[in-house]
Design a protein around this ligand. Structure first.
Ligand SMILES: Nc1ncnc2c1ncn2[C@@H]1O[C@H](COP(=O)(O)OP(=O)(O)OP(=O)(O)O)[C@@H](O)[C@H]1O
Length: 238
């Protein structure tokens, strides 16, 4: 497989604090009697090229962890550092810009737009930004090939299997060469063999492209593919 235009991240990126760092992050949701500590003093460091899995039951705080790590939600306390940028010090507008630049999300339901082909899904953000050039088209083709969907590049989501939709979602998330890749339960819509395949692909792409990847799941069977595995219970990571 070819190395992408941006290449894997280097030792100097790592020294510069690339990757993802959460330090003593607490997130309280709701207030008064109904307040819930969704994240309780969570610290987590993920280096470029490292694949971390977080396993926990429903309601343990996994989605909250991704929301905070991805700059979608501001923590109540603690810090979130992405590729050397401290998200909690940014304005909402700056945080959105940092998110678009540095973070790739792979959602549980692949969140593909029904009217667009696989290739168009990847190109849309660049089209909106007015940056749709030959380099972008070549990168989209390379990523579609990397996830094994070249023969489906012109297909729309309803023409794809669940596994193919997941792979299209992964390729789309990698389009911006994100420093951090956040993956929510990639296996829920898939059978065992396809789950293992989806996770293997995420692991492979993490190592090849140097993303700092966090995958949350309740499926303990897929943990073997991860470089490190944490357990989340009641908002605490161990
Ligand atoms: N907006 C909210 N207000 C109050 N409590 C909330 C809110 N959103 C989530 N919670 C609570 O925060 C805790 C963590 O929820 P979270 O969605 O992060 O868990 P999860 O591990 O992702 O669960 P699942 O696997 O079911 O998606 C749960 O107790 C949940 O009920």
């Amino acid at each position: 497989m070819t190395v992408p235009a941006t290449g894997p991240r280097t030792a100097s990126d790592i020294a510069a604090g690339a990757g993802l760092q959460l330090l003593e992050v607490t997130l309280t949701l709701g207030d008064g009697d109904t307040a819930v500590t969704a994240l309780d003093q969570v610290s987590l460091q993920v280096a470029p090229g490292e694949f971390v899995a977080v396993v926990g039951p429903s309601g343990s705080g996994k989605s909250s962890l991704l929301a905070v790590a991805g700059g979608l939600q501001r923590p109540t306390s603690g810090t979130v550092d992405i590729a050397g940028t401290e998200l909690t010090t940014l304005s909402d507008k700056q945080r959105t810009a940092a998110r678009r630049r540095h973070i790739g999300f792979v959602f549980q339901q692949s969140n593909l737009l029904s009217s667009l082909t696989v290739k168009e899904q990847l190109l849309l953000p660049l089209h909106i930004d007015g940056r749709l050039d030959a380099t972008a088209r070549a990168r989209a083709a390379e990523l579609i090939e990397a996830v094994g969907l070249s023969h489906r590049a012109g297909s729309r989501p309803h023409q794809l299997s669940g596994g193919e939709r997941q792979r299209a979602g992964l390729a789309r998330a990698l389009m911006t060469s994100p420093a951090v890749l956040l993956v929510d339960e990639p296996t829920s819509a898939l059978d065992r063999a396809r789950s293992a395949e989806a996770v293997r692909l995420i692991s492979e792409q993490t190592h090849e492209r140097g993303t700092a990847t966090v995958m949350v799941t309740h499926d303990t069977a897929i943990m073997d593919a991860a470089d490190r595995v944490y357990e989340m219970v009641d908002g605490r990571l161990s």
